[in-house]
Ligand binder design. Structure first.
Ligand SMILES: [Zn+2]
Length: 76
């Protein structure tokens, strides 16, 4: 058993212009946790957040926005 984790863009699918959204192309930060423990999931989450920041995703109170949607003027 393993746990797949992925950060999805909150704008994805909400508007027509979001068709270029990274999440629409399954290109965001993603990967398996190293185990099924709480610690493994938290560690995997930290890695995904670091990867999101590295690739210019923006964290908001509602989640993350991909760099393409930011470029298209979406922000919260
Ligand atoms: Zn997006």
């Amino acid at each position: 058993m393993s746990i797949w984790m992925e950060i999805r863009c909150t704008v994805q699918g909400e508007r027509g212009a979001a068709g270029q959204c990274v999440s629409n192309h399954n290109g965001g930060p993603m990967g398996f946790a190293s185990g099924v423990t709480q610690e493994a999931v938290l560690e995997a989450f930290k890695v995904l957040v670091a990867e999101a920041k590295q690739h210019k995703w923006k964290k908001t109170k509602d989640g993350f926005i991909c760099p393409i949607c930011i470029k298209n003027g979406h922000s919260i």
